[in-house]
Design a binder for this molecule. Sequence first.
Ligand code: SF4
Ligand code: SF4
Length: 358
Amino acid sequence: MQINKNPEKPVQNWRFLSQMLFVFLSVWIGIQFHFFVRWLQSGGMAPYVSRPAGVEGYLPISSLMSLYYFVLSGNIHPFHPAGLFIFTGIVGMSLVFGKSFCSWACPIGTISEYIGEFGEKLMRKLFNRGTFNLPKFLDYPMRSLKYFIFAFFAYSIFSMSERALKLFLDTPYNLMADVKLYQFFADISEFSLIVISVLFVLSIFIRNFWCRYLCPYGALLGIFSLLSPYKIKRNVKTCIDCGLCAQACPQRIKVDKVTTVVSDECTTCMSCVDACPVADTLFLENVVTKKRFNKKYIAIAILGIYFALVLIGMISGHWHSKVPPKYYLEYYKDVRSMGHPTKPEDYKGIEIPGRGKK
Ligand code: SF4
Ligand code: SF4
């Protein structure tokens, strides 16, 4: 049996690079979108900066509606088409490799992970102990909170007919959803700032607080991840019960106590596999074909699914919004007073050239 007390962490290096790539893309998109909003604020007088299509990755609800509309009608809604492909890429990653989006790409997941690591070091230095884990009787119901939040959105969306979906997706509210999101952070209210600060502080002392208990996106991906054929497997014959895998797991999964990790919290981060000191003892396996997945190719496989979907959106001509910028200028004037439409009868669709009135 080959034991390596200080195993190298090749997958973690690739995962770090992947996380940094997505942080960089988010910052880049954020800066470009900021200048697009400046152009809107100037009434079109400032130099024009095009709206980055990638911003639609931050509209998961609109994207889920768009995906459901596509399933029902076979049509790609023209307002946020990139969001549909980004969302499908994220769901695709989870269907094949568990909740991998959370640990390989999500910028919030990345921030949460590094806040948690900082908290771990801080707690060790100050109190000679790690971060807190909620007791089981609190942890389980708290973990279900994110499923309740997701169930609310899912019920609202999946109870809509094709017509109602189209009417909603056609509204100025949906068109301006990204601008409204920008304004939420640009003019953040005192209450929202307090909530974000509380979540930040909680994430220092309880690892992944937001992702573990509250993120509805994580809940959706967690459901899909249970269908994923790739699971972490432990060879009980060669395992030396050192517990390093469980210690390395940021999701506190007891990897050393199971033969197959079946958990909606597993993010396929591969930290446990990298930490295992015994060769061929912990690995990723396709539980259907019983074939092991060579961990050297995990980064390329996970990112490959995501970028393949993005590429399909780009080359099929469904990446950039079909709404001309002058419509953004027109609706920007009312964006602050624009409320969430509640009844289909109240939806007032936008007319864009080549599509007619909705
Ligand atoms: S079980 Fe392994 S792959 Fe899953 S979250 Fe824990 S460390 Fe990551
Ligand atoms: S599977 Fe976990 S407990 Fe077993 S040898 Fe590897 S790290 Fe140690």
